[in-house]
Design a protein around this ligand. Structure first.
Ligand code: TRP
Length: 445
């Protein structure tokens, strides 16, 4: 069952390609994500958000380098591109296409309230500048592009930092608006905030972050890592004097790598007055023990960017197997469709005046359970083969209504188009049925 992609919970997250992965990224995102990606009940989608990078970075070489470094880091840290979808956002042309469809169902006022945009406006106002000075439309549209990333792959769960929760809520709103107008096509995602993951302090004790310039790169050489660690701020207590674990950046970083026992041991050493130099040596050795085995593969990939390209392109091809038919379905839903299908669909548009088709479930003499979709003239639009239980037949109908195109692909030979019925007609029929159901549910509720 769990090998069936459609049954698994889809977990998706993106990484903006503007920087070099540091220990904070490793502890806060890479390590937990790689671990979670091994859960057979989930299907992971992890991608390099390089279109998003363009919003804040206009240095082409840096974006290219960061993309390579991030991809190599994730692979070296154990992400298996065979079992997850690992791709580069800009290799999926369906994403910008969906961005446009979502742009057209997103209120401008909603985007006015996005934190990142508002922060820029507030800053301008305080400085007495034009409110939109130096604000690109890219920054303004950031949440829509992110919505497309998520909705394109029908993600259920999106692990993000707290600062991104608002974006996930906006993606939900976009999905609802779209579904309301065009039928149930998009899946409403949920943000997942990992509470247990520690925020790692940086060299100066503040949160480790590129913007504070206090980071320790995940894959610096051993010697460089040692040098950086020796620069972590401490207080001025001499060897022999008891040290506080509370508020000690060194201790917190150690804790993120060490076992409970190792952490307790270091706490004891603090109480007994370990010298800062010795404590730093212990921290260095502990981190190096975890990072060293990954370093060889990282360096191998960094030295062979073509390998990373190939791996990402393969990931994109896999992702597009889902994205290409889905964007087709969405284009059709909004009316970007073959003109020849218009005569059918016009009659089926959700004016409410036209009778819509219905699913009929029944049992045959062979003891199996069947269904068919018939129009008002009893013409068969879609016919199933036998299911062993009525529940399975019902589930298949549910999936067809949720997401017609994908369900048809997944049901495969289990369903057959009626004689002379084309796919566009079928899609339009089910769309009409679903929107009628939605309308009815609404007028009741
Ligand atoms: N905005 C996210 C960040 O800065 C990166 C991102 C882009 C993303 N698209 C996404 C995260 C889709 C989750 C889902 O962290």
């Amino acid at each position: 069952m769990t090998t069936d992609t459609s049954m698994r919970t889809r977990v998706l997250t993106g990484i903006t390609t503007t920087g070099t992965p540091h220990l904070g990224n490793y502890v806060g995102a890479i390590r937990p994500t790689v671990q979670a990606s091994r859960n057979p009940a989930t299907q992971g989608f992890y991608f390099l958000a390089d279109y998003h990078a363009l919003i804040k970075c206009d240095e082409p070489a840096r974006i290219q380098r960061s993309t390579l470094e991030i991809a190599a880091s994730w692979i070296a840290a154990g992400l298996d591109p065979e079992r997850v979808m690992f791709y580069r956002q800009s290799d999926i042309p369906e994403i910008p296409e969906l961005t446009w469809l979502l742009t057209c169902v997103t209120g401008k006022g909603v985007l006015n309230r996005a934190h990142a945009y508002k922060a820029s406006v507030d800053k301008n106002n305080t400085a007495g500048n034009d409110p939109d000075a130096d604000v690109s439309v890219g920054l303004f549209m950031y949440p829509v592009l992110m919505g497309a990333d998520i909705l394109m792959f029908k993600a259920h769960k999106v692990p993000v930092g707290r600062d991104q929760i608002q974006h996930i809520e906006m993606a939900r709103d976009m999905a609802s608006s779209f579904n309301h107008l065009y039928g149930e096509h998009l899946v409403l995602p949920e943000a997942v905030i990992e509470e247990s993951v520690a925020l790692l302090p940086g060299l100066d004790g503040r949160k480790m972050s590129k913007s504070y310039d206090n980071t320790i790169p995940l894959f610096s050489s051993s010697a460089q890592m040692k040098k950086l660690i020796s620069g972590i701020v401490t207080d001025s207590r001499a060897p022999g004097q008891a040290k506080d674990t509370k508020g000690s950046a060194l201790f917190q970083i150690y804790q993120a790598f060490a076992s409970a026992q190792e952490t307790a041991d270091l706490a004891k050493a603090y109480a007994q007055g370990i010298g800062w130099g010795d404590a730093k040596q212990i921290l260095f050795e502990r981190i190096d023990r975890e990072v060293a085995p990954m370093r060889a593969q990282y360096e191998e990939l960094i030295g062979n960017p073509g390998k990373v390209d190939a791996l990402l392109l393969k990931g994109a091809a896999k992702a597009r197997e889902l994205a290409t038919p889905f964007i087709q379905e969405l284009r059709h839903a909004v009316g970007l469709r073959a003109l020849s299908s218009s005569s059918h669909t016009q009659a089926l548009e959700k004016t409410g005046r036209v009778a819509v088709p219905s699913f009929k479930q029944y049992r045959e003499k062979d003891g199996q359970f069947y269904f068919k979709l018939v129009d008002t003239q009893s013409k068969v639009l879609l016919q199933s083969l036998g299911f062993t239980s009525p529940k399975d037949a019902g589930l298949a109908i549910g999936r067809l209504q949720q997401n017609t195109q994908t369900a048809i692909t997944e049901l495969g030979a289990q369903v057959v188009l009626g004689q002379g019925v084309d796919m566009a007609t079928l899609l339009a029929s089910i769309e009409a049925l679903v929107s009628e159901m939605t309308e009815k549910a609404k007028s009741k509720g």
